[in-house]
Design a protein around this ligand. Sequence first.
Ligand code: FES
Length: 175
Amino acid sequence: MTIFEMKDDPQSKIEEAIRNPRNLGEMKDADAIGTVGSADCGDMLRMWIKFKEENGRKVIDRATFQSFGCQTAIAVASVATELLKGKTTAEASAMSGEELSASLGPLPPVKIHCAQLVEGALRSALSGEQTQTASPRSTSTTLLQSFASDSASEKKMKIVFQPDEPRERDERDAR
Ligand code: FES
């Protein structure tokens, strides 16, 4: 494999996104919050969205995320939160996991649900935004608390994002 191929393949792009994740962390003044968990793998992702007015349109100003999930979900959330800037609710709602992860290249079949986790968190946030803004209760509940709540008690925690951790999880998933 050449150096060019190594840098251009999806796994290298995912690793690069993990080394420098964008928009990671809770947003205190968010207008909308969405949380989603995967029943299949137990991973969980929360997304915060802040809107602004631009040329008479309400568009996404910023989006941030936290994840108890695999590296691929974190990488997709990183690129997706960048991609969402300037999108209206309708435009963002229409985006699939494949579109949100497009800059990473085509994901292997075992990783497609990781992008769908990000899509789910986005849809959850936007559907709430259409009817109500984030409640104080939702902002005070951390992702870890949600993960440990009764409804999630059967799920197992797989990984807490640490940039320097070994990448055993993705290697195992790729098999
Ligand atoms: Fe479950 Fe990636 S989101 S393995």
